[in-house]
Design a protein around this ligand. Structure first.
Ligand code: FE
Ligand code: FE
Ligand code: ZN
Length: 296
């Protein structure tokens, strides 16, 4: 089985998606995820057609299918809060069109936090923003991410995600399942088959477009959302492998968003995490190997 695996990578003003592909290849990945600007702001550079073409050529020559590539919307956007409604809509609309211009089809979005307005009001706000942002003339799907339930986050259960999808009523709304987030939300990954059955009966497996593979620094149901390197957290290597190699998810891209390691956390873990996943064997020396590799 051809595993579709990659990680979060960079994107910058000068090289744009070409930089993202190059970085992904340095991790021996066959997909990747990036923000089209800083994740914590909504400033976005103009996309360069020539760079898009070059990035696409590089993907083709390395067997990366652009349909497996993911863009993550900036996390400061909070669609659940009506306070910045008009800005949220205009930004998200623009982001959908930028993603479409890049040729990418998957845009991951955090549903947001209701900030005291209550879950029902929060969900209605999200639905309003989504209805006004999706574009049936593009191939871009907005993938709502399952959240840890930190603070007043919405999307901490499959039911909440389902309710948003139903109310929007568009085929362009899909789902991104994050293993750290569902662990922290209280879904016990010791029985992943059961989680998938539940996902299938509530939302439908056909809606599952992206899986974020992260270990968690916190225990089941902690509602914290702090990612840990693969095999070093509370979920552990074996349970994550059940997710990564699950037959029903074989066509779904898997994206690592695990933390950088070493002094000043400056070394990316992805080359070694991907290698360990492909070898199907936990590397006891993971952090040491990463530091040794990048230090020289
Ligand atoms: Fe996310
Ligand atoms: Fe995630
Ligand atoms: Zn997270």
């Amino acid at each position: 089985m051809q595993l579709i695996i990659g990680s979060h990578v960079s994107f910058n003003k000068d090289k744009q998606m070409l930089l993202s592909v190059t970085e992904a290849l340095s991790y021996k990945a066959n997909t990747f995820m990036f923000y089209t600007g800083a994740p914590q702001n909504t400033k976005r550079v103009e996309l360069d057609d020539k760079l898009i073409e070059e990035a696409k050529m590089l993907m083709i020559s390395n067997n990366i299918d652009i349909n497996d590539v993911v863009v993550h919307a900036p996390y400061i956007i909070n669609p659940a809060n009506s306070k910045n409604r008009d800005f949220n809509i205009s930004f998200l609309k623009q982001e959908v069109s930028r993603v479409g211009k890049l040729g990418v089809t998957k845009l991951v979005l955090h549903p947001g936090s209701h900030v005291g307005l209550g879950v029902d009001v929060g969900i209605n706000n999200i639905v309003d923003v989504l209805k006004n942002s999706i574009d049936d003339n593009t191939n871009v799907d907005i993938c709502l991410e399952t959240m840890a339930g930190k603070g007043s986050e919405i999307g901490r259960s499959f039911e909440e995600i389902k309710s948003i999808i139903d109310k929007v009523g568009s085929n362009h709304i899909k789902v991104c399942l994050d293993t750290c987030h569902i662990n922290d939300a209280g879904y016990d990954l010791s029985d992943f088959d059961k989680i998938l059955e539940e996902f299938d009966s509530i939302i439908g497996l056909d809606k599952l477009a992206v899986v974020h593979i992260n270990d968690s620094k916190n225990c089941l149901g902690s509602h914290k959302d702090r990612h840990e390197n693969i095999g070093l957290g509370y979920i552990g290597f074996n349970k994550l492998m059940q997710v990564i190699y699950h037959e029903k998810l074989k066509d779904v891209p898997k994206i690592l968003e695990t933390p950088y390691v070493g002094e000043d956390t400056k070394y990316p873990p992805y080359l070694f995490e991907i290698e360990m996943i492909r070898n199907k064997k936990f590397n006891d020396n993971l952090i040491r190997d990463i530091i040794d590799y990048y230090k020289k």
